[in-house]
Design a protein around this ligand. Structure first.
Ligand SMILES: [Zn+2]
Ligand SMILES: [Zn+2]
Length: 890
């Protein structure tokens, strides 16, 4: 529990994130800050969190999601909007089932041995454990989401939504059961949607096989990449316009290996340029052939069992694995002289995206959604501009996919998921489709009914996520107030899987769009720009990383350079930059706190007495706030963060605080203390930064607060203060011009010192002429002296006569600075140093020359070594010459 009592006057020397992060998170939780107050007068800001899968832990991509959504959430909350960020978890269907099946396999068990009921129990145990871990990890990342509304896709309420949506679509005729070619994963033993198939280019073969005609001695040759599917052929097809085969159409051929007789038909779908121009038709195992068969009234012959072994239709090959069958059939064809030729043939083969097994297209009875009418509505709301996609280049991708959409296969032969709410009657054969569990057949009243064993695609429940989490189908207060949500922030890789389907289902179920803006982020890549993967071993675990650098540093690194739709590189240097930034702010606050004189806790700024640097920093603060606000409204979070960083580090810490130190030390009586402005700018900047780096900003803000008047800030936490607003009245171009000139003077003198390697203890001289600014810059003589280590500084009213040759002249934007050479280099000491250097150099040259004159060395040493020594000698001689030259110049 956090203590709000006055902390010790001295803050610890360094920021230790591990000591404060959990304390503040618990404090925010205890205060209930994450829970929005419903206020009908105000428009809420709402993000529904993309639910992570219950497959283990959060990965770095989730850390990016959390960072971006938390930035938006904290910002809108500070702007005074009722803000809801609703967290949740996805049961992840096949992905989670595969994980638990692997755990079972380690115990030597399969799900079938365990049975459905016990297996589901194991799944729930696993899910509960992951759910706990994932919630804790979100909290470590600082996610300010409303835990009281957290949802799991298999919870009672979302499950009710799933069943309701299914039944409504079924009643409207938009869900149907049909025989279609689906993607079958033999390993996972389930159908997959098209999106769950990875198409990989593989080097295969094209086999040319001769089919004999049944009536005469002629034959026709077909080409195939999967010769085992010959067993399932029900026709050979040619293009009706192809003159080569005109006489053949209508004749019959004998299938090799199984000797079945099938017809030669003509169909427009045949490409005369592929293979020989005649193709085999296997309707049960190819989507194009399936359509041909529908048109031509051809039968379907399924030759595969669901584990990808051959079934009884494969005749002599029954029982063989599909790939063993391929080899067996090829050798038989060869024996019979039917294999005409084999060509290497690169082609695309579908793989299961969960287990990488080769997919088999199989005709099977599955449940589908007729997506076309839903897609039309989803296209319209984007074309009309009711939903905006950021970045806009993804709008076209979204529209193209919806325009070309195919029916969505939603049944899965899994155990983990929402069971399909359909019951089959044993007596009358009719279907009963209901939201509540059916007790009897709706058609004949029979109690002999059985529920469909399959579950729904996990993306079906995800598609309802924006409204099911808010209570739909019930007319809840949350649904009325928070729907449609404001922003859907997610990765561009699930634009189709998820975003498009949420738009379709949101519109269908509620009649309204699910969200107004889609913000798509990119992938997190490693230092080299490569995708992170366990195989490559370049995965960064977010929790290990935040323990090493601090959560704020991780968040800082993730949002550095982020822009919509673009991948980001998470590098060590960015993480270090984040940690250094937190430390820089720590030191600045420590300085501010230590500058508050005991008892002098009134921080009223005397506006009319402010010197230039105060007016400058207030003006820069206002400009920064205004830029940051514009950028954040435009979803440019990376650039907004950069501007906050540049202001705090590059202007406030490096210049304002340094100049303030000079002012405090010199105690110029006529000037007000810099402390009120220092505290004001620091406190405002911490609020500006809070959405990005919530922990360090809270810790520092509380430190400041504890050193000031009790009523200085009524708020108990930075997270419930107001987000800063720019004050136009403080914009002061003249103060900016003067300070920029002073900074440039100091900066360029420092550069010259570095260039001439002047030791930091050594003071140099400077003459400055700054035109009309000279009088005001003269008042900063002390600061220029201290910060550039120049003494004496002479201010010239008018430009000097051309300076002597022994001086460096700096021509700046507003000023001219002249530095006499002699002041940088103390002649006598420098002469001594050069002489020492020359002596050393001469000795070295002599040694090398002796070596290169040694015959023994020259004959024994490898040529490469000798060359190296010669190069060394040349370099040393050159350096020696330059040292001598410098000496004569002195
Ligand atoms: Zn699989
Ligand atoms: Zn019945």
């Amino acid at each position: 529990m956090a203590t709000l009592e006055k902390t010790q006057y001295d803050m610890p020397k360094a920021y230790e994130p591990g000591k404060v992060e959990q304390k503040w998170y618990q404090f925010w939780l205890d205060k209930g800050y994450f829970k929005p107050k419903i206020d009908p007068e105000k428009k809420p800001f709402v993000i529904i969190m993309p639910p992570p899968n219950v497959t283990g832990e959060l990965h770095i991509g989730h850390a990016l999601t959390d960072t971006l959504e938390d930035i938006m959430t904290r910002w809108h909350r500070m702007k005074g909007e009722p803000t809801l960020w609703l967290p949740g978890i996805d049961h992840a269907g096949i992905a989670a089932q595969v994980v638990v099946e692997q755990l079972l396999a380690e115990e030597g068990l399969s799900r079938h041995q365990l049975g459905r009921e016990k297996f589901i129990k194991r799944m729930w145990q696993w899910a509960q454990k992951c759910r706990q871990t994932i919630a804790e990890q979100h909290q470590r990342l600082g996610a300010s989401c409303d835990w009281s509304r957290e949802k799991f896709t298999l919870d009672e309420a979302p499950s009710q939504a799933v069943r309701t949506a299914f039944v409504r679509l079924y009643d409207k005729g938009l869900i149907y059961r049909g025989e279609r070619i689906i993607n079958w994963c033999p390993r996972c033993a389930t159908a997959l949607s098209d999106l769950e198939v990875d198409h990989k280019e593989v080097q295969g073969h094209l086999y040319y096989v001769r089919y004999h005609l049944a009536e005469d001695n002629d034959f026709i040759t077909v080409a195939t990449t999967r010769p085992e599917t010959i067993l399932g052929d029900t026709a050979v097809a040619v293009n009706p316009k192809d003159k080569r085969f005109k006489a053949m159409v209508g004749k019959k051929v004998i299938l090799p290996a199984v000797n079945r007789v099938i017809p030669i038909i003509a169909d427009e779908a045949v490409d005369p340029a592929f293979g020989t121009g005649a193709v085999k038709i296997t309707p049960a195992h190819d989507p194009v052939d399936f359509e041909v068969a529908q048109r031509q009234g051809l039968p379907l012959v399924n030759i595969l069992n669901l584990d990808a072994t051959m079934n009884e239709n494969a005749g002599p090959y029954a029982g063989l694995d599909r790939f063993a069958c391929r080899q067996a059939i090829l050798s038989d064809l060869e024996k019979d002289g039917l294999l005409v030729k084999v060509e290497p043939y690169p082609h695309s083969v579908g793989h299961c995206d969960r287990c990488q097994t080769v997919i088999e297209p199989i005709a099977s009875k599955q449940w589908f959604i007729n997506t076309e009418p839903l897609a039309q509505a989803a296209i319209k709301v984007v074309v009309d501009g009711r939903i905006t996609i950021i970045p806009s280049r993804f709008t076209k991708v979204y529209l193209n996919w919806l325009e070309d959409i195919r029916d969505w296969c939603i049944s899965r032969q899994l155990w983990w998921g929402h069971r399909i709410p359909v019951w089959y009657c044993q007596d009358c054969g009719e279907l009963t489709v209901t939201i509540d569990d059916a007790k009897a057949c709706r058609h004949c009243g029979s109690a002999s009914i059985e529920q469909d064993p399959d579950v729904l695609d996990t993306w079906f429940s995800s598609a309802l996520w924006t409204h099911s989490t808010l209570g739909w189908p019930d007319d809840t207060e949350d649904l009325r107030y928070f729907y449609p949500t404001t922003v859907m922030e997610t990765g561009y890789d699930i634009l189709f899987f998820w975003v498009a389907r949420m738009v379709m289902m949101g519109l269908e179920d509620t009649g309204d769009i699910p969200f107004c803006t889609v913000y798509l982020h990119g992938l997190v890549r490693d230092e080299k720009g490569e995708k992170m993967s366990k195989i490559k071993g370049n995965v960064l675990n977010p929790i290990d990383t935040l323990e090493k650098y601090g959560t704020d540093a991780l968040r800082f690194a993730l949002s550095t350079g982020t822009s919509p739709g673009n991948d980001i590189k998470l590098t060590q240097s960015r993480l270090e930059a984040g940690r250094n930034f937190a430390n820089k702010l720590w030191n600045a606050t420590r300085f501010a706190v230590s500058s508050i004189a005991p008892g002098h806790t009134d921080m009223k700024i005397q506006r009319d007495l402010l010197p230039v640097e105060d007016r400058w920093i207030l003006s820069r603060l206002s400009r920064t706030i205004s830029n940051v606000t514009t950028l954040m409204e435009d979803f440019q979070f990376g650039e907004a963060q950069r501007q906050i960083y540049e202001f705090l580090w590059g202007e406030f810490c490096d210049w304002y605080i340094e100049i303030a130190k000079v002012r405090l030390r010199s105690a110029q009586k006529q000037l007000p203390s810099p402390v009120p402005v220092l505290v004001h700018v620091l406190e405002t900047s911490l609020r500006l930064l809070h959405p990005y780096m919530p922990f360090v900003s809270e810790e520092l803000w509380q430190n400041l607060k504890s050193h000031l008047f009790a009523d200085w800030q009524k708020a108990e936490s930075i997270m419930v203060t107001a987000y800063p607003e720019a004050e136009d009245a403080t914009i002061d171009p003249q103060a900016e011009r003067i300070m920029e000139a002073i900074i440039e003077i100091i900066h360029s003198i420092r550069n010259v010192r570095a260039q001439y390697q002047v030791e930091s203890s050594h003071w140099i001289e400077a003459q400055i002429h700054a035109g009309e600014l000279t009088p005001v810059i003269t008042t900063y003589s002390q600061a220029i002296q201290t910060l550039a280590r120049v003494r004496p500084v002479t201010f010239l009213d008018s430009r000097q006569a051309p300076p002597s040759e022994n001086a460096v002249v700096l021509v700046l934007k507003e000023a001219e600075v002249v530095i006499p050479m002699a002041s940088m280099v103390a002649a006598e000491a420098e002469r001594k140093r050069l002489k020492r250097e020359i002596e050393k150099g001469q000795a070295g040259v002599a040694r090398l020359e002796a070596r290169l004159n040694d015959r023994a060395f020259l004959t024994k040493a490898p040529a490469a070594i000798v060359d190296k020594e010669r190069d060394k000698l040349a370099t040393r001689k050159d350096k020696l010459e330059r040292l001598k030259e410098q000496l004569t110049r002195l």
